[in-house]
Design a protein. Structure first.
Length: 362
């Protein structure tokens, strides 16, 4: 099988992990954690960064630290991962789901304003599959209606929007370093912000609610969401050559564009005026058969794929917990869409094989 994602480790990952082991620091108190936070904050252009143990934990903490609570509404794209709404729902607030754009798969910013009510507290901007959300009009709406902005940058490390780094927009932003992300620590995440009070609250909540004084006194219940030193060691090494990783991703994307561009039965990803696609994954939409049928035919030819996100308004676990108006585009692309192998370890031969197989079955 050609795996849908296999990361290549080309830098100091092993060296730093050995260093961390030799130092005896495995926990979140270790020096690589501090360095990873500092390096990410500088790279993204934020004042504060808190390393945590997943992208989902980062989102939970962001929602909690902004004080979202019962009765509040938060505008969220329906075409995204479940992690975006977990903590909103648990805190008794309501996700208000908005449909996506048919070409970028990102939240349709033109439809946000109609979803705003007097209870709206925040907008969650989630950059999907490697293209950024159209942030200028989104930020203008947030300002006009006095709303907080949470930016989920889990799929766009190093990506920019009109030259500004993703992860630097809004009140608080989050990353994931899960194994299939642009840079990875195996499992991991990060929360970034420019506000010292928000940063302090995130740090406390991520560490069982303990403050910096180590007196075990807790004023607000938290989680055990800390990142360990071994994970951070891998993260530091990955961040050192993120430019090269992005270059590889874009080369993979360009090769697929070249191979698949003439296929009339397939929609391939867009290149966009505000950002060069960074191809976190390589998503395609099948016009003639369902995405599921094509995926099974590719599996029979030794090619692993993944389906698109299942829209949140269709999630059984969220029954009765969300509000939304028509979300027909997300429904359509969830049926038609899937993504093909595009990890940094993929070879040119493997890309050719995927292209040939797709031409055969699509
Ligand atoms: C992967 C991902 C997450 C969750 O990250 P985990 O580290 O797997 O918890 C959140 N949001 C988006 C957009 C993601 O792609």
């Amino acid at each position: 099988m050609i795996p849908v994602n296999e990361p290549a480790f080309l830098g100091n990952e092993q060296r730093y992990v050995r260093e961390a082991m030799a130092s005896g620091w495995l926990s979140s108190g270790g020096p690589f954690v501090e360095r990873f936070e500092r390096d990410m904050a500088e790279y993204v252009g934020r004042k504060y960064a808190i390393a945590v143990n997943s992208g989902t934990a980062a989102l939970d903490l962001a929602v909690a630290a902004l004080g979202i609570g019962p009765g509040d509404e938060v505008i969220v794209p329906t075409f995204t991962i479940i992690s975006c709404v977990n903590e909103i729902v648990r805190r008794g607030a309501t996700p208000v789901l908005v449909d996506c754009d048919a070409d970028t798969f990102n939240i349709d910013v033109r439809r946000i304003e109609e979803a705003i009510t007097s209870r709206t507290k925040a907008i969650m901007a989630v950059h999907i599959y490697g293209l950024p959300v159209d942030m200028d009009p989104l930020m203008a709406l947030a300002e006009k209606h006095d709303l907080l902005v949470i930016e989920d940058a889990a799929e766009v490390h190093g990506q920019t929007y009109k030259g500004k780094r993703c992860g630097s927009f809004g009140d608080i932003s989050t990353f994931s370093f899960y194994a299939n992300k642009i840079i990875t620590t195996g499992e991991g995440g990060m929360v970034l912000t420019d506000e010292p009070e928000i940063a302090e609250r995130v740090r406390r909540l991520a560490n069982l609610g303990f403050g910096p004084r180590r007196d075990y006194k807790v004023t607000e219940l938290g989680w055990a969401s800390r990142m360990g030193n071994l994970q951070a060691a891998v993260g530091c090494a990955q961040l050192e050559y993120i430019g090269e990783i992005l270059q590889r991703k874009r080369t993979i994307g360009a090769l697929y564009n070249l191979g698949l561009g003439d296929l009339k039965t397939l929609q391939i990803p867009l290149e966009w005026e505000h950002a060069q696609n960074c191809y976190w994954v390589y998503p395609v939409l099948s016009y003639r058969k369902t995405g599921h049928t094509l995926r099974m035919e590719l599996r029979d030819r030794g090619i692993e794929t993944r389906p698109f996100f299942w829209p949140l308004h269709r999630q059984e676990a969220l029954d009765g917990r969300c509000m939304w108006d028509k979300c027909t585009i997300a429904e359509r692309i969830a049926e038609q869409g899937f993504y093909i192998p595009a990890g940094t370890a993929i070879t040119g031969d493997q890309i050719d094989q995927v292209v040939e197989a797709l031409k055969e079955v699509a």
